[in-house]
Design a protein around this ligand. Sequence first.
Ligand SMILES: Cc1ncc(COP(=O)(O)O)c(C=O)c1O
Length: 447
Amino acid sequence: MDTNYKEIDKSHVWHPLFQHQRLDETDLLVFKSAHGTTLIDAEGREYLDAYSALWNVNVGYGRQEIADAVYEQIQELPYYPHSQINVPATELAEQLAKCLPGDLNHVYFCNSGSEANETAIKIARQYGKQTYPGENRFKIISRYRGYHGFTYGAMSATGQARRRKAFEPLAPGFHHAIPPYCYRCPLGLDSASCVEACVNDFERIIQSEGPETVIAVIAEPIIGGGGVIVPPDDYFPKLRKICDDYGLLLILDEVITGFGRTGKMFACEHWDVRPDIITLAKGLTSGYIPLGACVTSTAVFNTFLGEPDDNREFSQVCTYGGHPVACAAGVANLKILQSEQLCENAEKVGGCLFEKLQKLKKLPIVGDVRGKGLMLAVEFIKENGDQLDTEDTNKIVGRLREKGVIVGKIGHAVDEPENIIYIAPPLILTEPEADIIYNTLHEVLIQ
Ligand SMILES: Cc1ncc(COP(=O)(O)O)c(C=O)c1O
């Protein structure tokens, strides 16, 4: 049965990121079921999912509460467009407003992280026209190594050359600042002086483009797919101040970091930074059903108010935005996160795992271990400190999988060897499971 699926798949399915010409050499797994932190393949083999599928199954697999909520909602009202009200979307919006920091009160629902960022970019540009009439503010600054999605706006904000090149020319008006990648500082500075330099790069771009042409900064609080890059503690407060000084909106992309991943409900809480717009997806439903959201502050929302002739309404229609079934899954998911205190668990178990992983730095192959909560990364090096080759990193990932642990790996993000693995298990992870991840990785690295 397994072989058959693989053959049919080969004939008809176009997978992301894979070179299909070499699919014969790539052993894609057929996953059939899952529970808790465990994935089960078609041959009945079990794996500990130390990557939460794609950073997103925060509450773990097999949650009856979400299945029931979805089933009941499909029976009650499977769909109606969000031009009218549906109960689960209203309930979820209210709950998001309650648990988001500051006055992030106005929720626009869509289907994915890319769409959430696309929406944020469009809201920011329209806000620019409405707030600074007579100026031409449309430019958006993001960072190299940042990822914001696959649609044209979100991809133009993305700072990962390998994901962009084939599709150029991209949308105009996007500029990239250097990321706070302290382990390999792009400016060759040490951590005492680098924050200032990193943040000043935004100011350099604003000044050289002309402040009257720039409207927003978009950033992941912790860069995810670009290497799990945790900024120094004063980075975001400083960036917030620059945005305030130049009248720019700060858009935080919490598609990965939201919903407890880093040990707080939202990562911006680590530094008490208030974005004007926040984008959400992944952990919003723990991946059970696609759902994204772009949430704005009341101040931003208010600039969209006016008489019909003012044309200030946000004229973007999304057929499945506010889908009642997806929102019902979101409500059930949020209830689990809160009642089981999964942010606290991510902080506690993630903290223990982080401490253990630090010990791996004694091995010559481990250059850096970084992250927050259950969003962790290990960066591999050669003896001379250069990045370990992609193939050697792939072998580590493969050996982990043979031993029953699935981790993520940097892919298509940079034109450099792909030498970073990601450990981001479901937030229900227990300490014994964290030990399995650590011990298995240790075993593979000393082999
Ligand atoms: C930080 C970040 N933003 C946006 C996206 C895009 O989300 P989606 O794949 O749901 O469109 C991703 C996807 O991995 C992401 O990691």
